[in-house]
Design a protein around this ligand. Structure first.
Ligand SMILES: Cc1cc2nc3c(=O)[nH]c(=O)nc-3n(C[C@H](O)[C@H](O)[C@H](O)COP(=O)(O)OP(=O)(O)OC[C@H]3O[C@@H](n4cnc5c(N)ncnc54)[C@H](O)[C@@H]3O)c2cc1C
Length: 395
């Protein structure tokens, strides 16, 4: 006889773990499955930035693109509040520090971007203001003298991407959820009330076993694999995979209290709680391809030396002291955005009981995505208008 669940969550990244935890806490019988291990992919490879200002990739494409991206601001504000109390609720440290974030500018054009951006963000309710050089000398003396202004948001900061999802996964188990790793969703069929899901479990010796579970609801929290999982439910969920790179330095006495981003260059950096500096900001790695030239998402992306050099140059130009701090490791990971840069969040059209969330900064936004999904699973009407993020907008 098939096992029965109220909800099967597909994907053990931060988003899947948060959704499983919240739903189990609501009293649902929850199964979380991951084809690999919890936190093995984007959620464990990312920069851990909690950024609520619009990112460089959102402002570089011009004012209209920024206005569209700003439509996700209700999710940003919700996530900012949720990160602030997450450690208390999970009852484990997650490395959360919301000590403020700066988006810096080096010239008049970039200052213009900052002023436009701050006004747009404030119109959605984000606390952000533009600091001039004198104010920066007081709060961020580590910045290069070439930085002339910055937008400051006190809500921004960081969390520890290495530990956050596993800790939330443990909280999900404590709340009653079942977590199965090396368990891949390979098929889905409509049942009278819900779905029969075919899972392929691989044991430590590599032996595969296929079995079926029946569930009333399904949550697709599968990151870059979202489009492929959508096909199992005959749903069109377009996502664009992006391979990105990160570098971590050796430990250095604490001197950067903020999350630092740039208004005119790909750059994010922050000092971790272990005193290393994490440098990234959207420099491309190389996605691997299959025999037909399509991206092969199951192969790790490759580092691109020119990206590493460009990222290092941007970091040193912004924080000159980094020139004397050795880099110790660089890695590549893959993440996903929707074609219009807004996330996909909500019910999957044509597949009753199936829900999805992905796209963009799903580490920062994981808590708000998960809260919305858990609410939908419990049958509640969402308290955030989900229309702009409707997964059906591309169908
Ligand atoms: C280098 C880099 C830096 C980044 N920096 C930031 C940042 O600073 N801040 C930020 O907010 N975001 C950042 N991101 C983006 C962020 O990492 C992702 O948006 C977020 O982690 C996505 O979480 P997720 O849980 O949705 O997906 P993932 O963490 O990718 O988890 C999806 C899971 O689904 C599982 N899965 C897939 N298919 C199946 C299947 N068929 N059956 C079972 N399981 C399946 C996978 O094994 C995987 O574990 C960055 C990304 C990268 C790559």
């Amino acid at each position: 006889m098939a096992e029965h669940y109220d909800t099967v969550v597909v994907g053990g990244g931060l988003l899947g773990c948060l959704t499983a935890w919240m739903s189990a806490r609501d009293g649902a019988r929850v199964l979380l499955v991951d084809k690999d291990q919890v936190n093995q992919h984007a959620s464990g490879q990312n920069a851990g930035s909690l950024h609520f200002q619009l990112e460089y990739r959102m402002v570089e494409a011009g004012a209209e693109a920024a206005r569209v991206a700003a439509e996700a601001m209700p999710l940003h504000l919700d996530a900012a509040n949720m990160w602030a109390c997450m450690e208390e609720e999970i009852k484990e440290p997650l490395g959360v520090r919301q000590t403020g974030g700066l988006m810096v500018a080096e010239n008049a054009d970039q200052v213009g971007v900052l002023e436009f951006k701050a006004e747009l963000e404030r119109s959605w309710g984000l606390d952000v203001r533009t600091l001039d050089r004198t104010e920066l000398d007081a709060v961020a003396p580590y910045l290069s003298p070439g930085i002339v202004a910055a937008n400051f948001s006190p809500l921004e900061g960081k969390a520890d991407a290495r530990t956050a999802a596993p800790a939330v996964g443990r909280a999900a188990i404590a709340a009653g959820a079942t977590v199965r790793t090396r368990s891949r969703l390979v098929g889905a069929h409509r049942a009278t009330k819900g779905w029969d899901l075919t899972l392929r479990q691989t044991d430590r010796a590599g032996t595969e076993r296929t079995h079926t579970v029946r569930t009333a609801a399904v949550v697709i929290a599968a990151g870059i694999w979202t489009t492929a999982i959508g096909r199992l439910f005959d749903a069109v969920l377009p996502t664009v995979p992006l391979a990105l790179m990160m570098t971590v330095t050796s430990k250095v006495p604490r001197f950067i209290p903020h999350l630092v981003q740039h208004a005119g260059a790909r750059l994010s950096l922050k000092q971790s709680l272990d005193n290393t500096v994490l440098i990234g900001g959207g420099w491309p790695a190389r996605l691997m391809s299959d025999a037909h030239g399509a991206p092969d998402l199951d192969i790790k992306p490759r580092l691109v030396p020119a990206s590493l050099a460009g990222n290092a140059r941007a970091a040193v130009a912004t924080v000159p002291a980094l020139a004397r701090v050795p880099a110790v490791r660089s890695w590549a990971g893959a993440t996903t955005v929707a074609p219009d840069q807004l996330p996909l969040v909500g019910p999957v059209g044509g597949a009753p009981g199936v829900f999805v969330a992905t796209g963009g900064s799903a580490f920062t936004l994981g808590p708000s995505f998960a809260r919305v999904l858990a609410g939908l699973l419990a049958g509640a009407s969402p308290d955030i208008d989900l229309t702009p993020y409707d997964p059906a907008r591309f169908a």
